[in-house]
Design a protein around this ligand. Structure first.
Ligand SMILES: [Zn+2]
Length: 452
């Protein structure tokens, strides 16, 4: 059996693993590379093999860095089934269309062909096959697979695959969530594998506790709105983080811990993802699902508005204070958040809250790294607003969260590959695994092929 690490090896984006047993080949994930010019070159060069020979694709979750090249895969000739949870399938309908729109717009601006079109994205959705968590299914003869809740975002899965001919069992963590986070459930443990691939996004650090994180968010909002009379721009991923932040704001407001505020969700993608979340609320943590669902459907406090048209969005630039604007986009590099950053970064009375991982080369990363000036729409913008990085709400498990999931294995997997982490982080986490668990682990390089 052979595994080719096509992406998310020594970096966090572009998740894509090609598994070839000799008689059969398939992909786990088909993600887009993100962050800068180099990523766009890699996306165009990706999937450089005969994709029509693939038997099927298994998809861990809907984030674009795991799913974003599916339309290109289908356009290049893959016509087999793509297995994922039904919540992931619903999210993909929203996310791949959004991704295609971005591709088309960028291509038009730069006068070149898009990576894929909206038509191609919509066509690729027909190949999605929804399966339930914990249900064994057979994607091809001699192969069985099972999706386990990874607790990362709605519908996210870790995957177990049994390859009968090769006599091997694979386990892929996908992106793992931190145990005890709001909204999603805790990751489901997996007990054994001959070959394991585990993510390591935050394998080198420990998140703050949820309480400390919520206090930090509460403090940032209170100081900005009540004392300084500015706005708070929250950069949160449209899928997952936005719903989690909304839930926390609802809880804080209901507990009387926030000043008077108007919450705007200014991202059509986040609005649609919130609707999908409400549709699948039964998959959420049973302790919080009813509160979230009822608060989102009721009209009350706090006031939550989902802006629809570009005009409504543009009107937000006239709001000088009292607003908490949650705007999605990957890593501040696209979407409406850029307008709110342009309006609020130069204002010392405003704050920007960054939640979620920001890859190297993105605008979000430059803000996290403390840049005094950033470029937005070709203009230099001074950073006078307070920039808060709230890492504790990350959708990814930290070092101890990852280790506790790994401790679910009853014995060391035959091979352990640490993926989905920046090079140094993956190396560090590899050493942690060796020291704490006594397993041998490796960090494959992008494009590397291993024989097992
Ligand atoms: Zn993810």
């Amino acid at each position: 059996m052979r595994i080719r690490f096509l992406g998310a090896a020594g970096e966090v984006t572009g998740s894509c693993f090609l598994i070839d047993t000799g008689g059969l080949s398939f992909l786990v994930d088909c993600g887009m590379f993100q962050g800068g010019r180099e990523a766009s070159i890699k996306n165009r060069a990706a999937l450089d093999f005969d994709v029509s020979k693939l038997a099927f694709v298994l998809l861990t979750h809907a984030h674009i860095d795991h799913s974003g090249l599916i339309p290109r895969l289908v356009h290049k000739g893959f016509d087999g089934p793509i297995f994922c949870t039904s919540a992931t399938a619903d999210l993909l309908e929203v996310m791949l269309a959004d991704s295609a729109n971005i591709q088309e717009k960028d291509a038009e601006r730069e006068d070149r062909k898009p990576l894929y079109t909206l038509t191609q994205a919509l066509r690729s959705l027909r190949q999605l096959r929804a399966v339930s968590y914990d249900e064994m299914f057979s994607p091809a003869a001699g192969v069985r697979a099972c999706l386990r809740d990874a607790g990362h975002i709605l519908g996210s899965a870790a995957i177990e695959v049994w390859l009968d001919d090769a006599g091997k069992k694979l386990a892929l963590s996908g992106d793992l969530g931190q145990p005890g986070r709001p909204l999603v459930r805790d990751p489901t443990p997996i007990e054994e594998a001959d070959v394991l691939m585990v993510e390591s996004t935050y394998g080198n650090r420990l998140h703050k506790t949820l309480n400390a994180t919520v206090d930090e968010l509460c403090q940032a909002i209170t100081v900005t709105l009540a004392d300084r009379r500015g706005n708070v721009v929250i950069q949160a991923f449209a899928v997952g983080r936005t719903q989690e932040v909304l839930y926390l704001l609802i809880r804080l407001a209901q507990a009387g811990r926030l000043p008077q505020l108007d919450i705007y969700v200014d991202s059509p993608l986040a609005t649609k993802a919130t609707a999908v979340t409400l549709k699948h609320w039964r998959l959420l943590d049973p302790d919080v699902a009813p509160t979230f669902a009822s608060a989102m459907q009721a009209h009350g406090k706090p006031s939550i508005r989902f802006t629809e048209s570009p005009e409504e969005s543009a009107a937000l630039s006239r709001v000088r204070d009292g607003a908490v604007i949650i705007a999605g986009s990957g890593m501040c590099d696209g979407g409406r958040v850029q307008y709110h950053l342009r309006d609020n970064l130069p204002r010392s009375e405003s704050s920007v809250v960054i939640i979620g991982f920001q890859a190297q080369g993105t605008l979000g990363r430059r803000l996290v790294d403390g840049a005094a000036q950033v470029r937005i729409f070709g203009d230099e913008v001074d950073v006078r607003a307070t920039v808060h990085t709230i890492g504790g709400l990350s959708a990814h498990a930290d070092r101890s969260g990852l280790l506790s999931w790994l401790r679910g294995f009853r014995r060391a997997p035959g091979r352990t590959y640490v993926v989905h982490g920046e090079y140094e982080t993956a190396r560090t986490f590899c050493a942690v695994i060796e020291r704490e668990l006594g397993w041998h682990a490796e960090t494959p390089a992008g494009g590397q092929v291993v024989e097992i």
